[in-house]
Design a protein around this ligand. Sequence first.
Ligand code: HEC
Length: 224
Amino acid sequence: MSSSVKHLALLCAGMVIAAGTFAYGAEPGYYGYGERATPEQIAGWDIDARGEDGVGLPAGRGGVIRGAEVYAEQCAACHGTFGEGEGRFPKLVGGAGTLRDDRPELTVGSYWPFAPTLWDYINRAMPMAAPHTLSADDVYALTAYILNLNDLVPSEFVADRESLPKVKMPNRDNFLWTDPRPDTAAKPCMSACVDPASVKIVSTAEGKNLTPRTTGPLDTMQAK
Ligand code: HEC
């Protein structure tokens, strides 16, 4: 080995050891880059409202009439004046009783299990070209309007963090809240999960000729 190659090898080995030491001794901030997220920054990301019980919904309220106004300005161009959908943009209304059809119509009214999820979705994603531009009150108002278009709440309904979780969505009971498959009931296991003595390999990909051993060009492998 020439001396410069030897030096390079030593340098590389040194770097590997150093990298290992860094990784194992790591404390937050240890690497000298990045910074701790401030509570305000975390709040900016932590915006989810839980469907089932509305946990995470903010203060604020909005009714159907105000919702109709905002909707006409900001949503109707794509979703249609009454939620019927323009062109190929999604319908927000209708589809009741179609879920078992060959072409089911999945809408807020026919499919969604929880009303708070509607607030969450609009708040995080709509209007499509300018998400995060609506006030909490206007998102509540839009939610009230779309629920009203689906005949799920009366026109005097006011959406807020108390009222939304109480709206019973028509398809709610058709979602499964526990997973009945036996293999999902097992307790999660983090170490010594399987006794190796109990494992018997009965088949391999190689045995099925799925993993060609040849390193030749692709066509040689395919010919085999
Ligand atoms: C530029 C067109 C456009 C505008 C404007 C727009 N949306 Fe949407 N919206 C979409 C598209 C496209 C989707 C489907 C997105 C996806 O599935 O990823 C969607 C999805 C939705 C959904 C979910 C539908 C479902 O059942 O999956 C809701 C609810 C919704 N929009 C509400 C609104 C509201 C409320 C506004 C007005 C504040 C709005 N949208 C404005 C294009 C638009």
